[in-house]
Design a protein around this ligand. Structure first.
Ligand code: ATP
Ligand code: LTN
Length: 358
């Protein structure tokens, strides 16, 4: 059976690039495979962030998964930090990963560039991502093109660990859509559409209102000439818009290109804007309805975390055993479970008092 895992960071505003490269694949895959989807809030700590927004943004990304069509009865949907096995396995894998290979990651180099200081977390980010994937016996990782290198590293870590300590991990493969895996910024076709880029004009947010969507599409940079053709090498800007059109309308890119080949960029963009409005308006409505009922959303996420943890713990235990760590005493496991469910764990002072009484 195919086991699928993927994650999205609660940093900034989710956009149609995330939809095309990731979310749209997730919705399809939940009918074909066992799927585990995650809001990777621990990854959001790797760059400076606003603590007063993180919980809200995590709920909002979870609501967007649901609004785009993830069915929480079918797929497991949860918040990464609600399952501490992720951080624990990341530490175990840290001792298999090498600084040289992490230093070669392009995202690390890109995101670290120009910063005065870079956190160890940003450097270590791909190891946490590997832990996310490997905990679940994942066979396939649907992601956009920019994550290919991280999935390769995950494969290397799994193979190295298995060779050194015995077979624990399934070696996963990336699943990158042939079209739409790298949507470019609307105002700069040389750069990927990004959540964290300063310019809002470059991305269509999934929550943008219709007028804003129309305005951004009509202002999108195009290539020279007039022909609408899918040719990423010669026509990078128009090809990215065509890929986006395909993702938003579920039509093959060739059919769209054939329809607008000689129509001119203006007519093509107007049609793209309407396809975006039509696909995104219901997503925004469902998102807003989910956010208006935080208790309902939290219930879904709590159940998701319980299911995720049940799937993750056997493999974490296997990794601990293979590494020769002492088995964890049952009492500790229970205390961890209680702490996680929000029940107050006995404080050190209370424990001391109890010990003095006995
Ligand atoms: P940032 O720009 O801040 O790094 P991001 O937009 O890349 O953020 P992520 O949370 O890192 O967002 O990515 C979530 C998923 O969306 C990943 O699978 C990623 O590959 C995919 N993705 C991100 N940007 C694009 C894009 N422009 N085109 C297609 N897929 C994308
Ligand atoms: N690094 C990914 C987010 C991510 C992820 C994962 C994706 C974290 N853990 C596990 C797939 C599988 C990104 O898109 N920036």
């Amino acid at each position: 059976m195919m086991r699928v895992f993927s994650g999205i960071q609660p940093t900034g505003t989710l956009h149609v690039g995330n939809y095309s490269g990731a979310l749209r694949q997730f919705v399809r895959l939940q009918h074909e495979a066992e799927c585990v989807f995650c809001v990777v809030d621990l990854h959001a700590l790797t760059l400076p962030h606003d603590p007063s927004r993180l919980a809200h943004d995590s709920r909002s990304v979870a609501a967007l998964y649901l609004a785009c069509g993830i069915d929480p009865e079918r797929a497991v949907l949860f918040i990464q930090s609600h399952v501490p096995a992720h951080s624990e396995l990341a530490w175990l894998l840290n001792c298999t990963a090498q600084t040289g290979e992490l230093g070669r990651m392009t995202q690390y180099k890109d995101k670290g560039r120009g910063r005065q200081s870079v956190s160890v977390g940003l450097f270590d980010y791909p190891v946490l991502m590997a832990a996310d994937i490997l905990l679940y016996g994942t066979t396939h990782v649907p992601v956009g093109d920019d994550q290919r290198q991280h999935v390769e590293l995950t494969r290397d870590l799994a193979e190295r660990f298995n060779r050194r300590y015995g077979e624990v991990f399934v070696v996963p493969q990336a699943m990158i859509p042939p079209v739409g895996a790298r949507i470019m910024a609307l105002d700069n076709p040389a750069a990927k559409m990004s959540k964290s880029a300063d310019s809002d004009a470059g991305r269509i947010a999934l929550l943008d209102p219709p007028d804003r969507i129309r305005q951004k599409v009509m202002r999108a940079v195009t290539d020279s000439g007039t022909e609408v053709r899918y040719d990423p090498a010669e026509k990078p800007a128009v090809s990215s818009l065509l890929a986006l059109f395909a993702a938003l309308s579920d039509e093959p890119v060739e059919a769209i290109a054939a329809r607008y080949r000689t129509a001119g960029y203006g007519a093509f963009k107007r049609a793209l804007a309407e396809a975006a409005v039509e696909r995104l308006a219901p997503i925004r409505e469902r998102h807003d309805a989910l956010m208006a009922d935080p208790a309902g959303l939290d219930r879904i996420l709590r159940r998701g975390a319980e299911r995720a943890e049940a799937l993750a713990l056997p493999r974490l235990r296997a990794a601990r055993d293979r590494l020769g760590l002492m088995p964890r005493p049952a009492a500790t496991a229970e205390r961890l479970a209680a702490a996680q469910s929000g029940e107050a764990a006995p404080s050190a002072a209370a424990q001391g008092a109890a010990a003095r009484r006995t």
